[in-house]
Design a protein around this ligand. Structure first.
Ligand code: CP3
Length: 351
C-alpha cells in the first residue's frame, strides 16, 4: 500500500495488504469452467474457446457465473494465458479434447517473425472490454483479478507447440542456447507487462501470474527463467501502479519458494498442494500473504475427507494473511455441490 492510501474494504484486498479480515477470503483457480453446466451452455454457443475469450459479453457472463452461484470474494477474468502468444502473431488453436495447439517456435527466425510485444494490447482490446464490463457489473464486495502466464510457462507452450509432461522442447532450447532463449523471455516480459497494465487500467484490482511449470526447472534455470522474469514484471508493473497487489503461482517450486517470494517481491504467493501448510506458515507467511492449497481432487471426492483437509489448512494458515484457494485449478469432473459445501465451510470457519 502506498503511504497515505486508505485501507481497502474488500476482504481479498485486505488480506493482500496484510490487514485484519473478518473471515478468510476465498476464490478458486479455474472457478469458471466446464464443471458448471451454465458454462458449458455458453461455451457451446460461443463456437470456439478463443471466441469465448474475445467476446466481451460472453467472457463477462462466464466470469460472473461462479460469483452468482457461490459468492466468492474475487472474480478472475475469464481468458487464457495463451492469448499473449496469439497476440504476438503465433497461431494458437484450442482443439476439442486435445487442449491448446500452437505452431512451435524453435529458433531465432521464429522469434523474428513475432509481432512487437509493445503492441499486444491492440489485438487484445476485447479482453480489456470484458474487464471494464466486469468492473461495473460485479458486486461491490467482490475483487476483480486480472492475470497472465509467467514467461517460462507461456514459453513451454510456444516452443513445444502443446502441453507436455516434461517441457523438454523449451528446456533443451534454454540449456543449449540460453542467450537466444533469453530473447524470448524478454519479449514475454514486455508483452506481459503491457497486457497486465491494460487490465489494470480497465479495472483489475489485483493481478495473478501463473507459472504452472516453474517447478520443472533446476535451481540455476529457475533463478534465470522463473524468478527473474517475474521479478522484472512485478517491478515494471508497480512502477506504473504503486501498491498494485501481485500474486504469483510458481507451481512446484517447493523450498525455492522462500527465495522466490523474497526476491520477486510479489505481494502474495499461491501455493500448490505439495506445500506443507505448517512449513508455509513458518517460512512464507511472515513475508506476506499466502494463498492455497487444497487438492482439487479433494473437491471431486467431497465428503469428510475434503472437510478434514480444508480445516487442516484453515487451522494452520487461517490467522492470516491468507486467501483460501486450491493447489491448482478446479477439474471438469468436480460436482458443483461440493464447491458449495467447501465455500460454506470456509465462510463459517471461526465466525
Ligand atoms: O476461471 C478461471 O480461472 C479463469 C480462466 C482461466 C482459464 N485458463 C480458462 C480455460 C485461467 C486463469 C487459465 C490459466 C491457464 N491456461 C493456465 C495456468 C493455470 C493452470 O491451470 O495451470 C494454463 C497452463 C493454461 C493453458 C490452457 N488453457 C490449457 C493447458 C488448456 C487445456 C486444458 C483444459 O483445462 O482444457 C486451456 C483451456 C482452458 N482455459 C479452458 C478454460 C476454462 C477449457 C477450455 C474449454 O472450455 O474448452
Amino acid at each position: 500500500m502506498a503511504p497515505g492510501t486508505e485501507l481497502p474494504e474488500k476482504k481479498l484486498l485486505r488480506a493482500l495488504a496484510g490487514v485484519e479480515t473478518h473471515g478468510v477470503p476465498l476464490w478458486m483457480m479455474r472457478q469458471a469452467g466446464r464443471y458448471l453446466p451454465e458454462y458449458r451452455e455458453v461455451r457451446a454457443k460461443a463456437g470456439g474457446f478463443l471466441n469465448l475469450c474475445y467476446t466481451p459479453e460472453l467472457a463477462e457472463e462466464v466470469t460472473l457465473q461462479p460469483i452468482r452461484r457461490y459468492g466468492f470474494d474475487a472474480a478472475i477474468l475469464f481468458s487464457d494465458i495463451l492469448v499473449v502468444p496469439d497476440a504476438l502473431g503465433q497461431k494458437v488453436a484450442f482443439k476439442e479434447g486435445e487442449g491448446p495447439v500452437l505452431e512451435p517456435i524453435t529458433d531465432g527466425k521464429g522469434l523474428a517473425a513475432l509481432s512487437s510485444p509493445a503492441r499486444v494490447t491492440e489485438h487484445l482490446t476485447p479482453v480489456y472490454e470484458a474487464v471494464e464490463r466486469l468492473s461495473r457489473s460485479l458486486p461491490k464486495e467482490t475483487a476483480l483479478i486480472g492475470f497472465a502466464g509467467a514467461p517460462w510457462t507461456v514459453a513451454t507452450y510456444m516452443v513445444g507447440g502443446r502441453g507436455s509432461p516434461d517441457q523438454a522442447a523449451a528446456k533443451l532450447w534454454a540449456y543449449r542456447e540460453p542467450d537466444e532463449f533469453q530473447k524470448l523471455m524478454d519479449i514475454l516480459v514486455e508483452a506481459t507487462v503491457e497486457h497486465l497494465s491494460a487490465q489494470v487500467l480497465a479495472g483489475a484490482e489485483v493481478v495473478q501470474i501463473f507459472d504452472t511449470w516453474a517447478g520443472s526447472l533446476p535451481e540455476l534455470s529457475f533463478e534465470r527463467f522463473a524468478l527473474r522474469p517475474v521479478k522484472a514484471i512485478r517491478e515494471l508493473l508497480q512502477a506504473r501502479f504503486p501498491g498494485l497487489p501481485v500474486i504469483a503461482f510458481p507451481r512446484g517450486a517447493g523450498a525455492m519458494s522462500v527465495r522466490y517470494f523474497q526476491e520477486t517481491g510479489v505481494t502474495g504467493l499461491s501455493l500448490d498442494t505439495g506445500v506443507s501448510p505448517a512449513w508455509a506458515r513458518e517460512h512464507l507467511q511472515s513475508r506476506g500473504c499466502v494463498q492455497g492449497n487444497l487438492d482439487p481432487l479433494l473437491l471431486v471426492a467431497g465428503g469428510d475427507e475434503m472437510k478434514t483437509q480444508a480445516l487442516h489448512i484453515l487451522e494452520t494458515l487461517g490467522e492470516g494473511p491468507f486467501i483460501f484457494n486450491l493447489g491448482h485449478g478446479i477439474v471438469p469432473q468436480t460436482p458443483p455441490e461440493h464447491v458449495g459445501e467447501l465455500v460454506k465451510l470456509v465462510q463459517e470457519w471461526r465466525r
